[in-house]
Design a protein around this ligand. Structure first.
Ligand SMILES: NC(=O)C1=CN([C@@H]2O[C@H](COP(=O)(O)OP(=O)(O)OC[C@H]3O[C@@H](n4cnc5c(N)ncnc54)[C@H](OP(=O)(O)O)[C@@H]3O)[C@@H](O)[C@H]2O)C=CC1
Ligand SMILES: CC(=O)N[C@@H](CCC(=O)OP(=O)(O)O)C(=O)O
Length: 640
């Protein structure tokens, strides 16, 4: 699978993208090639219905789920197509839910953690053992005592390797395990050394000594050893996985594990249901063979690909099943490759960036416009009018052209287009966005503020006077352009307010809140720059309407956003943190009583580059192109 990330399912039937459950049920999907990666956390769509039956899944246990490597396994498996977590253990935190221990995983529907001694290993086919060394040896016998479990363990602790590999006292049971393995993969520092058809171990000989002798390695070598066993039930085989970040891809053809290119080619995979986790960046594999046809994709342009929001679009689209980037523009960096401008994207096979004036827009169906405000109106005016456009700049957000000129200090260069633009706060304006050609993606501060306030104002639960908003942003909010004010020395080790009473997001926020209230709303808004690269928090102080309680606000927000994929009202008293939404499209929020009677404090957090910009933009383009709204967006937050 791709890096750190999330896959969504795409179901393609002869090039026609399937939207509704019935279409999918009626399609020939079960016989045809399908490029599917199934997310486990889809709430609002009917995709659950078309998930493969449970019997096709492997049930996974995570021992030590309350630790960092355990939670990273959970993050990665959130989008794994056929590994489903059915058991999680913890020690001090046994009995707790994953969301209470790792709020960034609150969206995952998982069992509570139990103590290892209480775990029922008959509910799993494989385990990731993420326990501290010194405890692992004690835990493994408990697991191994379940004879029915044809288990495979990827040791995340050195001690596990000690136990299975270095120990001179390999038990008969382990001898049997090793000998029955029909393939052993040995890795050193991530590189595969190979090692097939293991020779039988002599009594008391450790596997480690066998391997080090075989490869002439020093006895001190640290190796990762993966045993591949034939699976007793189901007739297939399964493979172990590497250390938490390196997943092996699995190709199943009628339950059979495909190993070589020829086997893949010769298989009936082209006609059968294939559940594949497709890596975009694995060069050595032949996954490209089974990627969906290019013609089934929408061709996407990214204008301003060399900026922060542009590169975030590229990161998100790397795992999007039917949006393919065919055009990218830059200004100063025109002519360069994406890998030279953003080395973290070097694995992406993308066209070089060109200047907007040299771009061939006949090669795209839709564009994300990630340009500075002030440059965007003219550029969008010049685009072919069959293109769908999501504009991330502020140039089309204000309906009142006069207000734009007043707050942005320049004339509006495309007032006609302004009439057509739909303001893209997805959860609020979904219907209009679906039919729009040009969507003005909201600013990051306005997103974090309007998501909690609009439902409360519409329901008349809060007063519209005296709304005080204190917001804080990471520095990426200011873009990648070099500015003295954004030097490390200017922003590290301190915070400061800016744009007090005159920040250009004021009219945008007031526009949205006034629409909700059906009357003019004026706010107090003070943004702050924080010494962090991403993240945004808005702390909002409001006066409740007469007779309204905190409970009413909480209940209304909870029910308003109950079926929303990306807006999460946390449990009572839980404080939203920016670090719990980092890299994801989630908005976490909560409501707290103020000490002043009748007032409430609302806190909402987003990642300014994702829900505050590129993630919401992708949500919008998904809607405009008829995709499920969450497609390509189920990246779990990156924490720590
Ligand atoms: N950063 C954030 O958190 C958010 C930003 N936004 C908005 O999204 C837009 C993009 O922001 P961001 O990515 O941060 O900005 P960056 O400054 O990081 O990137 C700007 C991009 O536009 C290109 N560009 C600059 N000037 C011109 C021009 N005159 N003609 C054509 N291309 C040009 C740059 O090319 P080159 O690198 O070659 O100079 C670069 O690709 C802005 O309007 C911003 O306000 C919205 C929400 C949040
Ligand atoms: C930290 C920082 O400088 N943030 C930007 C807002 C980023 C954003 O969302 O602005 P757009 O309206 O351009 O989309 C600012 O205050 O101007």
């Amino acid at each position: 699978m791709g890096f750190s990330a999330s896959f969504r399912s795409s179901y393609c039937d002869g090039g026609c993208f399937l939207k509704v459950q019935n279409e999918i049920k009626d399609s020939k999907m079960r016989k045809k090639f399908v490029r599917a990666s199934v997310a486990s956390s889809i709430k609002s769509l009917n995709i659950m219905e078309i998930k493969a039956p449970k019997s096709e899944k492997f049930r996974i246990g995570v021992l030590g789920a309350s630790g960092y490597t355990g939670s990273e396994i959970i993050r990665l498996l959130a989008n794994h197509p056929n590994f489903e977590i059915t058991l999680m253990t913890a020690d001090r935190k046994a009995g707790q839910s994953i969301g209470s221990v790792f709020p960034q995983l609150v969206t995952q529907d998982l069992p509570d953690m139990v103590a290892v001694k209480d775990a029922d290993f008959s509910t799993v086919d494989a385990v990731f053992c993420c326990l501290p060394h010194g405890t692992t040896q004690l835990s493994l016998p408990i697991i191994m005592s379940f004879a029915t479990l044809e288990f495979l363990i990827t040791g995340l602790t050195t001690l596990y390797q000690d136990y299975l590999v270095r120990s001179t006292r390999v038990s008969k049971y382990h001898h049997r395990k090793i000998e029955s393995a029909n393939h052993i993969v040995v890795k050193k520092y991530g590189s595969e050394l190979g090692f097939k058809n293991p020779k039988p171990l002599k009594p008391k000989q450790s596997l480690f000594s066998l391997i080090t002798a075989h490869f002439s390695l020093k006895p001190s070598s640290v190796l990762e050893i993966i045993l591949i066993h034939k699976q007793k039930s189901g007739g297939g085989e399964y493979t172990g996985m590497g250390f938490s970040a390196s997943f092996s891809s699995s190709y199943f053809d009628g339950g059979r594990f495909l190993k070589t290119q020829n086997e893949i080619k010769d298989s009936k995979m082209g006609k059968k249901l294939v559940r594949a986790s497709v890596a975009s960046s694995i060069k050595s594999s032949n996954i490209l063979e089974i990627k969906a046809q290019k013609s089934e994709n929408f061709r996407i342009g990214v204008l301003g690909a060399s900026g922060y929001t542009g590169s975030e679009i590229i990161r998100l689209l790397a795992n999007h099943p039917n949006f393919e980037i065919t055009l990218m523009t830059a200004d100063r960096k025109a002519g360069q490759s994406i890998g030279s401008v953003f080395p973290q994207l070097v694995t992406q096979d993308l066209p070089d960036m060109v200047a907007v004036k040299d771009a061939d827009f006949s090669t795209v169906d839709a564009v994300f416009c990630c340009l500075p405000h002030g440059t965007t109106q003219e550029i969008i005016k010049g685009l072919p009018n069959n293109l769908k456009i999501v504009d991330l700049s502020a140039d089309f957000r204000l309906r009142d052209v006069g207000k734009y000129e007043e707050w942005y200090g320049q004339p509006h260069k495309a007032p006609d287009l302004q009439k057509e633009a739909v303001y893209g706060l997805t959860e609020i304006s979904r219907r209009e966005i679906e039919d729009a050609r040009l969507v003005a993606n909201p600013g990051c501060y306005p997103t974090s503020i309007q998501i909690p306030l609009i439902p409360l104002i519409k329901a008349k639960l809060i007063e519209v006077k005296n709304i005080i908003i204190d917001s804080k942003s990471g520095v990426s909010g200011a873009g990648r352009g070099a500015k003295e004010a954004n030097l490390y020395t200017e922003i590290a080790e301190g915070i400061h307010s800016y744009g007090i009473t005159r920040h250009r997001h004021v009219p945008e926020i007031e526009q949205g809140l006034s629409d909700a209230a059906n009357s003019e709303v004026t706010i107090s808004f003070t943004p702050h720059l924080m010494p962090m690269s991403r993240g945004m928090q808005s702390t909002i102080y409001v006066e409740m309407a007469p007779g309204v309680s905190i409970k009413d606000l909480y209940q209304h927000l909870s029910s308003f956003y109950e079926n929303e994929e990306f807006v999460i009202v946390l449990k009572k008293n839980e404080v939203p943190h920016t670090r719990h939404v980092r890299g994801s499209n989630y908005c976490f929020m909560n409501v707290f009583p103020d000490r002043i009677p009748g007032r409430a404090i609302i806190i909402s957090v987003i990642d300014n580059l994702v829900k505050g910009a590129s993630g919401q933009a992708l949500q919008n383009l998904n809607l405009m192109m008829g995709n499920p709204e969450n497609m390509g967006l189920l990246y779990m937050p990156l924490f720590p």
